[in-house]
Design a protein around this ligand. Structure first.
Ligand code: ZN
Ligand code: ZN
Length: 461
């Protein structure tokens, strides 16, 4: 409802001015309530078309994403992998080939050329977006064969100008992998065992983060990356990340794939970087999909114990793989899960394929706006049972906060709750409900959520 205040100029008609129609409370202009937080966009999915055009496609979307409240872009791995133009980047061969060396059958990477990548990064910065590099430190792939005395056989551990490392930077051989003269293996899981990089080797440390043209410093100072998403951090010891961060700093999040909250906490403490909140992801999957029981949202998550270090998500390139139909949050429940992560604490991630899905985009935009404005202040669960979940963000002296109501019953539900919005008329800013009650003098009010959906309440003024 828009209120137009009539302009009360005396037009000398001799008549009294008509009494202006009283203007009722209106929706808050949310733009006035920016709380300084944003949302990270994961800018790829598992099988992005291998046409070498992805950087240009992303460049075309940067401005729209910035307008929608995105503050960081997590790019797919930017360097050349063993499978060349088909590589998603998790088989790193040459850390310094950004689509500018002809090797593994292609000059461009799956995503494009170095020039196109650099122009994407420049455009993101011009739109005040940070750019996050996906860094694979655990293992390498695509080297040449050499005799490896530690294994007493041929291994693919020779990386030089002729063997998968055309840049000539960080040439490697068997001493840089496990086992070697230092030890048998590192503290992590063995994955790509024969090409499992040894971070205890001084040479490897120098090339990865210590020297001026190390991966870390080159990506930061030459390529202009602002931060890091570390792949498969279970594969090596957390001090590696601490050392990397001491060298270059920036935003950093690790893929510590574990649904157990305390394990994620330990990783954050040991590494000093943030972690994707896999515990939150699995609890949402259990609450919405597997058990249809919202009390699972009461269980351990990283964002509950360490909200400032939890990077929350509803989907990523792995959970949405065709081969992984079980470990994802179903389409029918996705918007409820996004409503959850975009109103709670933790730093939320938006998955490319969800945002770019025309069915979801309008709703996700509104939720991101709510995240960046009213989703602030301390968090309190006002009600939780099998089919209802009601959570309040307190706001602060200049921000009224919000109340999220998730309902997974097949009928609309209402529930009376306490608020600090005494006497104010309230509305559902998700616009799913047109019900707009006035809060009682004691702060109590009845709110509603549509069947199998959610609503997000705050004051009008
Ligand atoms: Zn080692
Ligand atoms: Zn209930």
């Amino acid at each position: 409802m828009l209120g137009f205040t009539s302009c009360s100029k005396d037009e000398d008609t001799g008549k009294e001015n008509p009494t202006p129609t009283p203007v009722g409370p209106q929706a808050l202009n949310l733009e006035n309530y920016k709380n300084g937080s944003g949302v990270m966009m994961q800018t790829f999915y598992w099988d992005v078309e291998p046409r070498g055009e992805w950087w240009n496609i992303l460049s075309g979307k940067v401005e729209g994403w910035a307008d929608a409240g995105i503050d960081r872009l997590w790019l797919p791995v930017v360097s050349k992998g063993q499978s060349g133009g088909y590589s998603m980047g998790y088989d790193p061969s040459d850390y310094f080939d950004f689509g500018n060396f002809n090797q593994h059958g292609t000059t461009k990477t799956r995503f494009g050329s170095r020039t196109e990548l650099e122009s994407l990064i420049t455009k993101a910065h011009a739109n005040n977006l940070q750019v996050i590099a996906d860094i694979v430190l655990n293992h390498n792939s695509g080297g040449g064969q050499e005799f490896n005395p530690y294994r007493n056989k041929q291994t693919y551990t020779e990386f030089n100008e002729q063997n998968g490392n055309a840049s000539g930077l960080f040439n490697r051989s068997y001493e840089d992998f496990h086992p070697n003269s230092t030890h048998e293996s590192d503290a992590g899981d063995l994955f790509f065992a024969e090409q499992d990089l040894c971070h205890d080797q001084e040479r490897v440390q120098k090339w990865l983060w210590k020297d001026a043209n190390s991966v870390a410093k080159y990506y930061k100072n030459v390529m202009k990356f602002d931060g890091w998403r570390f792949d498969y951090v279970k594969g090596f010891a957390p001090w590696v990340l601490k050392d990397w961060m001491a060298s270059v700093g920036g935003f950093a999040v690790g893929e510590f794939w574990d649904g157990y909250g305390p394990a994620l906490e330990q990783f954050v403490k040991d590494s000093g970087i943030d972690a994707f909140d896999f515990a939150c992801f699995y609890k949402m999957d259990e609450a919405f999909d597997r058990n249809k029981d919202l009390t699972y949202l009461n269980r351990d998550m990283l964002r509950k114990s360490m909200p400032d270090n939890a990077v929350t998500f509803v989907a990523n390139h792995d959970t949405e793989k065709d081969s992984n139909q079980d470990n994802n949050i179903s389409y029918a429940n996705k918007m409820k899960a996004y409503a959850y992560i975009l109103t709670h604490d933790g730093y939320p991630t938006m998955f490319y394929s969800d945002y770019e899905n025309a069915t979801f985009q309008k709703e996700l935009k509104q939720l991101m706006l709510l995240h960046n404005t009213l989703a602030t202040g301390s968090l309190e669960i006002l009600h939780i049972d099998k089919d209802e979940y009601i959570m309040k963000r307190s706001g602060n002296s200049t921000n009224p906060g919000l109340i999220l109501y998730i309902n997974i019953a097949n009928t609309k539900q209402r529930r009376e709750i306490p608020t600090s919005w005494n006497g104010k008329q309230i509305m559902d800013y998700s616009t799913k409900s047109s019900y707009s009650p006035t809060v009682g003098a004691n702060g109590s009010v009845s709110i509603e959520a549509p069947a199998n959906s959610y609503s997000v309440w705050s004051i009008m003024e």
